[in-house]
Design a protein around this ligand. Structure first.
Ligand SMILES: [Mg+2]
Length: 388
């Protein structure tokens, strides 16, 4: 099956409310949606989220990489339809050039957002063409329960969010921390949500090794289930030092982008869990490879998300989360709880207690509204197969 054209939509969808962590605050979604059309007319959608402080990708850099490197590779390939073969092997057959080492660009760890955008669009398109759901390849093993995430706003703001999540019955809450008023914030949130709710923190690399250890010690009394990326991406041994000196299990996020990162973190005994995010890890194929390694070595996995992702990444994340044998937590599917408008015809966000149903429709299982892509696009790039 040949892909005959691609359209890249660089979006700006306003948020209902700004979202902040220790690195930056954002007030709109800046996803890039990739729309591919196959020779039989089937259309598929994928999504890339460029995060300079995670993979090193910018929106402009991603668009260029897609146009110059990914699109020529995609249009030169005759793709295999999925006909019941091993799903991991089939996903791997969608080989897309985005390896960190072979395509190193200064400042870019890996073109994983860009790769994810094209990979998801291919998966959606090829599976729709065959009338198959991603849930047929990756059958759901359990229901998915989403966490609430409290942005790094004032303590009063955090309390307001905690109350809302309590009313919503969310059993898991993640709190963004910055090194300012961390104890006060966690004490106030714990008081609101009560002892039953699982709390975890995310430092987004704001701490030194010493301050990470001290902060974990100071927060331990609030029963914190994990501390995510307290220190910046660096040598795994540094994270191992934090882990060895903390009673709170450490989770790697920005430190975990490639399979090589996963191997180095495991070898250093740097953490107890990984945050897997599709756009950060390069799409379904590479993320499943990291999950498999984690499972084999006793590392727990969380299925994370990108703040501001649309229904496309949320749908793919839901399939992944429901399929993986065991996940500690899941994030995402905020949809119109965060975006002024989400792209899917039917809402995809989770419901009471954070629960969400498996998606069963063809491809990723969401129906994307082209009119909204055009409404929120800051830039549209059309790529077509050149006549030979
Ligand atoms: Mg994180």
């Amino acid at each position: 099956m040949r892909i005959v054209d691609a359209t890249l939509f660089a979006l700006q969808i306003p948020f209902v409310e700004a979202f902040a962590h220790s690195v930056r605050s954002r007030s709109y979604s800046d996803s890039i949606v990739v729309r591919l059309r196959a020779e039989d007319g089937t259309v598929g959608y994928g999504e890339a989220v460029a995060r300079p402080y995670v993979t090193g990708e910018t929106v402009d850099g991603c668009l260029q990489f897609m146009e110059r490197t990914l699109w020529p590779a995609v249009q030169a390939t005759d793709y295999l339809r999925w006909t019941g073969q091993n799903p991991i092997a089939w996903l791997a057959s969608l080989a897309l050039p985005a390896d960190a080492d072979s395509l190193a660009t200064p400042g870019v760890v890996a073109w994983h957002g860009a790769r994810c955008g094209f990979e998801l669009a291919l998966v959606d398109c090829l599976l729709k063409s065959a009338g198959v759901s991603l849930g047929d390849l990756l059958p759901p093993r359990h229901p998915v329960t989403y966490s609430g995430v409290i942005t790094a706003s004032s303590v009063e703001g955090a309390v307001k969010h905690a109350r809302r999540f309590k009313q919503f019955g969310l059993p898991h809450v993640k709190v963004k921390i910055t090194g300012e008023a961390d104890r006060e914030r966690l004490a106030a949130i714990r008081a609101v949500v009560g002892p039953q709710v699982s709390l975890r923190v995310d430092g987004n690399g704001a701490y030194s090794v010493e301050s990470a250890i001290a902060t974990c010690e100071a927060l331990a009394e609030f029963q914190i289930d994990s501390a995510e990326q307290m220190i910046s991406r660096g040598h795994p041994q540094d994270l191992a030092t934090v882990q060895a000196n903390s009673t709170i299990p450490q989770m790697a996020d920005e430190s975990l982008i490639t399979l090589a990162d996963a191997e180095a973190l495991i070898a250093a005994r740097a953490c107890k869990s990984f945050n897997l995010r599709l756009s950060k890890c390069g799409g379904l194929g590479p993320t499943l490879a990291i999950a498999e390694l984690a499972q084999a070595t006793g590392i727990q996995v969380q299925v994370g998300c990108q703040v501001g992702e649309t229904a496309i990444l949320s749908a793919a994340g839901r399939h992944l989360a429901a399929y993986l044998p065991e996940i500690s937590f899941c994030e995402g599917s905020y949809g119109s709880l965060l975006l002024r408008e989400d792209l899917s015809r039917r809402p995809i966000h989770f419901g009471h207690q954070g629960l969400a149903k498996p998606l069963k429709g063809p491809g990723l299982g969401v129906e994307i509204q082209d009119a909204l892509l055009e409404k929120y696009a800051q830039q549209i790039i059309s790529l077509t197969t050149k006549a030979v």
